[in-house]
Ligand binder design. Structure first.
Ligand code: NAD
Length: 250
């Protein structure tokens, strides 16, 4: 149960491992200490972890609107997830709310940031500064401080030295050294499909453990490395289903 009388203060101290798909295997649920069973690990499904940033965004909006307390019903209205779903997701990490009162927004924001590892800046490498990579870097660097692109690499000599939102594009050859020096563990791939696997291999060898892949290719990575794929074409193709012409009748 997420909500228990007197549970105004959160009791979780652990941090969830990264969400996402383990390439080549079923996503492994994160393991966190279970508050209900006195410390026995609880399995946190990948999908639950992926909802946490949605809750966090809604909570930060509410805080900006000067709200201090939120009920799971309010959060449900903001996020589109059910109250039961929200309470269940938060329960994986301990109790955050007070029954009949709700959740203290500032406490929950801090806790979710901690669980997600966002209570410090997460430095990110971007590989491929073409059309997509440039747009991603611009967007990220103007809006986000917690998950921030701090290194950009490209193999095209014509692009090296150019700046995107103040950050210089570096030669792809420097990837390993820079990633190690900056302690980067999360990277974005925005190179052509044919180059993506080799880039992934190099990133992993340099210490990257989580990859957001925009190239339309299935990356092979070692166990323990998390890959999330974003494929615009596949998303559009699946949406096409919902607007397909009605089959002719008669
Ligand atoms: N998922 C999406 O929504 C979406 C949308 C558009 C494009 N894409 C994909 O994103 C990728 C990039 O698309 P784009 O339109 O920006 O292409 P682009 O050709 O404009 O840019 C690719 C960049 O990668 C660089 N590059 C190539 N090989 C490299 C390597 N080994 N190391 C470092 N840099 C390298 C190129 O020099 C170029 O600057 C493609 O795989 C494309 O299919 C995805």
């Amino acid at each position: 149960m997420a909500v228990r009388p007197g549970d105004g203060e959160p009791r979780l101290s652990g941090r969830a491992p990264a969400a996402g798909k383990k390439a080549g295997a079923e996503p492994e649920p994160a393991v966190v200490p279970d508050q209900e069973t006195g410390g026995a690990p609880a399995r946190v499904p990948d999908v639950a972890i992926r909802r946490l940033p949605v809750y966090l965004r809604a909570l930060e909006e509410l805080r900006a609107e000067d709200h201090e307390i939120v009920s799971s019903a309010d959060l449900a209205a903001r996020t589109g997830y059910s109250s039961e779903q929200i309470r269940k997701d938060l329960a994986y990490f301990g109790a955050f709310g007070t029954r009949g009162v709700g959740y203290r927004i500032d406490v929950l924001v801090d806790r979710l940031r901690h669980i997600l590892g966002l209570d410090r800046e997460v430095p990110i490498a971007l590989v491929g500064a073409g059309h997509l990579g440039t747009a991603l870097a611009r967007y990220n660097r103007t809006r986000h401080r917690d998950v921030r692109i701090v290194a950009i690499f490209d193999s095209d000599p014509a692009r090296i030295g150019e700046r995107i939102e103040g950050l210089e594009i570096q030669p792809a050859d420097a990837m390993e050294a820079v990633i190690r020096r900056l302690g980067i563990r999360l990277a974005v791939i925005a190179v052509p499909a044919g180059a993506a696997q080799a880039v992934a291999r190099r990133l992993v060898a340099a210490g990257v453990e989580a990859i957001l892949n925009f190239a339309p290719v299935t990356l092979q990575v070692p166990p323990g490395v998390v890959v999330q794929n974003i494929d615009l074409t596949l998303e559009l193709q699946s949406l096409a289903y919902y607007i397909r012409p009605e089959p002719a009748t008669g």
